[in-house]
Design a protein around this ligand. Structure first.
Ligand SMILES: NC(=O)c1ccc[n+]([C@@H]2O[C@H](COP(=O)([O-])OP(=O)(O)OC[C@H]3O[C@@H](n4cnc5c(N)ncnc54)[C@H](O)[C@@H]3O)[C@@H](O)[C@H]2O)c1
Length: 316
């Protein structure tokens, strides 16, 4: 199948590209290497064709006309809650207008399907736990609003133009290639801190609990949805909540030494507990997470260790 992955040089998108290429698909990437995003040339699979382009650019239509994707995995986004609160206009421009530009190009070129990276941020404060897909969506940030709006546009286009879609609402995705300098991605940030010899920062009392899912499992859900589950929305997590304190203990255990902590106040808008129900992805998509936190930690820590060794060798 011809698959176009927007944001395919980024953290999650690049793992989807790798899995799709290894499954024998013909893959192209749109990415503009946004300065505050996780897109890196080193993440790019050499077998994927790169179109270096902003998703808001009308030239996206030329990409669709040339590559003729049968499916699009839409992962390019303004991905930060914090940036969305500082600059809601930019957030909406990329996450809504950019998505619409991609949808319009898809409709014009006869693309069958879009897979959309949505978020736990669309739910807001949980009204019950675990959160299932029927939970009300009352986002607390502009980012959560634009992701929710994206879901509604896809529902509209399915009815208006027959463009099929699958929506994935991700929990906290972690793994190799996550940007350790970003404002989210606590596991990558902790790995970066430890390798830099700095203490890890724990906000609030560290008992805030989230659903951490390994990026390889997320990529597998995307590849499964290429030809399944049209019109469906799924939570993608593990169904297991882990506190920041437990993450800290797990990382210290996996590297076999103490990791000092710097305490900080609660961040505005931080949710106390977010744990997903994932039964629907199991029963409808046949997907389940296969990587537990200990394995995921170990793989992630090895990646950051190897990257740090490589950059030290380059600079010496
Ligand atoms: N990481 C998570 O835990 C998480 C959770 C929920 C949802 N998501 C969503 O998953 C998707 C991927 O997130 P990620 O963590 O891999 O982020 P990332 O920053 O690593 O990847 C996003 C990619 O999109 C590219 N991009 C940004 N703006 C662009 C634009 N205007 N035109 C073209 N390319 C652009 C970036 O260069 C980057 O390569 C995003 O849509 C994000 O909102 C991520």
């Amino acid at each position: 199948m011809r698959i176009l992955v927007t944001g395919g040089a980024g953290f999650i998108g690049s793992h989807i590209v790798d899995l799709a290429v290894s499954a024998g698909h013909d893959v192209a990437v749109i990415d503009n290497f946004w300065q505050h995003g996780g897109g890196r040339r080193a993440n790019l699979n050499p077998k994927a064709k790169l179109y270096e382009l902003d998703i808001r650019d009308v030239a996206a239509r030329d990409v669709f006309a040339e590559f003729k994707p049968e499916a699009v995995s839409h992962h390019a986004a303004q991905h930060s809650v914090a940036i969305s609160t500082r600059d809601p206009l930019y957030d909406a421009d990329v996450n809504v207008r950019g998505l619409l530009n991609i949808i319009e190009a898809a409709v014009q070129s006869g693309t069958r399907k879009i897979i959309f990276a949505s978020s736990a941020a669309t739910y807001g404060t949980p009204q019950y736990l675990p959160i299932d897909e029927k939970h009300p969506q009352l986002p607390l940030s502009p980012y959560g609003v634009t992701k929710m709006v994206g879901e509604h546009y896809l529902r509209y286009y399915a009815a208006a133009s027959g463009l099929r879609s699958t929506v994935f609402r991700y929990g906290n995705v972690y793994g190799p290639r996550q940007d350790p300098n970003g404002e989210a991605g606590v596991i990558a940030i902790f790995c970066g801190n430890i390798l830099g010899g700095e203490p890890v920062r724990i906000d609030w009392d560290g008992e805030q609990t989230k659903d951490y899912v390994f990026v390889g499992d997320v990529a597998r859900a995307n590849v499964l949805a290429l030809d399944a589950a049209d019109g469906e929305t799924f939570n993608v997590g593990t169904g297991i909540g882990t506190s920041v304190n437990a993450l800290h203990r797990g990382i210290a255990d996996s590297i076999g030494r103490d990791v000092p902590v710097a305490r900080a106040p609660k961040r505005a808008g931080d949710v106390r507990t977010c744990v997903f129900a994932i039964d629907k992805a199991r029963s409808v998509l046949g997907w389940r997470p296969q990587t537990d936190l200990a394995q995921g930690f170990a793989t992630t820590a090895r990646f950051f260790q190897a990257s740090s060794t490589a950059s030290t060798a380059q600079s010496s």
